[in-house]
Design a protein around this ligand. Structure first.
Ligand code: ACO
Length: 467
């Protein structure tokens, strides 16, 4: 086993065993995805009877290919995988991906045991079995058999479920979120979450790491990798209920384990637990675009009192506090809001609030040393133009780069219909973290606070190392 993944993710030569002329077959799709990737490499189809597939010369075995082969994708039925793997060992291939299903996920499995014995003796990284492969958006290489082109960005995704991984690509695109790499880990016979976390921790294209897991095989390694990683790690752990745990066992052969232990372990190691993949993207959006919150004191600006209360409750439920305004901030805000309301936190700037009130109230909160992060909320109150809110957000976050000035995060919440939705799309595409729910906004602010805490601990760890 070798876990240097540089060549695994940037192979110069790739073979696909089980490549086929039949466009309905997975081996055909895998070969085609690599072929049409915006990435230059030598590509070799391997098939027992064909001479050429998709215009590429075919080989009967990997060991027949002349020169070095950096990566092999295997898509032949399960009973033949061990022989193909042995041939890869013979060829001194260092990286393989076993797409094939039908191993431990369908029960105790001698074939998987046989693969394990080969891998244990080999100097080789093996992904799978039972995986989609990976898409390396940083360099434009698609080493998977599935559709879906992620937008290039800085979130690395590790998914134990192939289909959910693909869903995440489309979800990311919808949310205008860029991905650096997305990889399916399936049965994790060799390459495991901890190996990938270690790699992404060093990957210059990755800023945030997100995982969907059903079970962890080596708990201590998993925790150590999260602990050692100097980037935020978001974890969706499925199989919380007993029925969910049963489903995880038949999906990837995973033991879901005690959820309380996972919860505590992820937290202790410095990871952030997310309830589902939508929440993972909510948090990733905040973490990639905003500075972390140095404390948990949050200021809220809203044009609707009800929305302000919902945000307050959601923040408090997630370990954040909504402190009273300092006398200085009180005075600043008193000057900009109508006489019928008194300044408070949440700051109610009243339903007819326009651009100026939003900007002035948010600036007052950002300037306040007792506030660590700001949520700016708008409800389609009937007589305020939504564009005044979205315009103020764009101006504050992009043009004046307020978070750079104050090093405090700003998140946005909206409640409204179609007219709003169109404007929100503009904000999302500009990278503004904006959410259609008070709960989702509060959870994302909580992630920024946890990241702030992690960085503080990181600083302490560094200082301890120096002493
Ligand atoms: N060497 C070279 N070629 C071989 C070998 C071998 N040892 N054995 C078979 N082949 C060829 C076959 O002749 C065939 O080529 P052909 O179409 O020219 O005849 C090709 O390889 C594929 O073999 P088939 O027997 O046709 O197998 P098929 O493609 O139907 O299925 C597969 C193989 C896809 C690996 C299947 O067994 C399987 O596991 N499917 C599920 C995969 C999966 O879902 N993985 C999890 C992904 S995660 C997610 O959910 C997205």
């Amino acid at each position: 086993m070798t876990h240097n993944l540089e060549v695994f993710f940037r192979p110069k030569s790739i073979a696909v065993v089980g490549a086929s002329k039949d466009s309905r077959k997975i081996g055909h799709a895998a070969l085609k995805n690599i072929l049409i990737s915006d990435y230059e490499c030598s590509l070799y189809p391997v098939n027992l009877k064909e001479k050429e597939i998709l215009g590429l010369k075919c080989f009967k075995k990997v060991s027949d290919i002349p020169g070095k082969v950096d990566l092999v994708l295997i898509s032949v039925p399960a009973p033949f995988v061990a022989d193909v793997l042995r041939d890869c060992v013979k060829k001194k291939v260092k990286n393989t991906i076993i797409i094939t299903s039908g191993f431990s996920e369908v029960g105790k499995n001698d074939m998987e045991e046989e693969l394990k014995q080969i891998i244990d003796k080999a100097d080789m990284n093996v992904l799978g079995p039972n995986v989609m492969g990976y898409k390396n958006a940083s360099i434009g290489l698609d080493a998977s058999f599935v559709y879906g082109n992620p937008k290039k960005g800085n979130v690395a995704l590790i998914s134990q479920s192939g289909a959910l991984g693909i869903g995440m690509i489309y979800l990311a695109n919808n949310e205008y979120m860029g991905v650096s790499k997305i990889i399916g880990v399936g049965n994790k016979l060799d390459l495991d979450d901890d190996d990938l976390i270690d790699y992404f921790a060093q990957d210059p294209d990755t800023k945030v790491i997100g995982l969907y897991i059903e079970g962890v095989k080596h708990g201590r390694d998993f925790m150590n990798s999260i602990y050692a990683c100097n980037k935020p790690i978001l974890v969706v752990k499925a199989g919380k209920s007993s029925a969910g745990a049963r489903a995880a066992s038949s999906h990837t052969g995973s033991m879901a384990g005690s959820d309380k232990i996972y919860e505590a372990a992820i937290k202790q190691a410095g990871g952030i637990r997310c309830r589902d993949v939508v929440e993972l993207f909510d948090m990733a959006k905040a973490l990639t675009g905003q500075p972390p919150a140095r404390g948990n004191r949050i200021g809220i600006v809203t044009n609707g009192g009800g929305l302000g209360i919902l945000l307050t409750d959601a923040c408090e439920e997630n370990g954040l506090t909504i402190p009273k305004l300092s006398p200085k901030t009180y005075k600043k805000i008193d000057k900009i809001i109508p006489d019928l309301v008194r300044p408070n936190n949440p700051v109610d700037i009243v339903a007819d609030a326009g651009f100026f009130r939003y900007e002035a109230a948010t600036s007052a909160l950002l300037e306040d040393p007792n506030i660590d992060g700001v949520i700016v909320a708008s409800v389609h109150g009937g007589y305020a133009r939504p564009a005044e809110f979205t315009g103020a957000i764009i101006k504050m976050i992009r043009e004046r780069k307020l978070h750079e000035e104050y090093k405090k995060p700003i998140l946005a919440t909206w409640v409204g219909g179609r007219e709003y939705e169109d404007l929100v799309i503009d904000l999302k595409s500009a990278g503004v973290p904006i959410y259609p729910s008070s709960w989702r906004t509060a959870r994302s602010m909580m992630a920024l606070y946890q990241e702030g805490q992690r960085i503080k601990k990181e600083g302490k760890k560094e200082a301890e190392k120096k002493n």
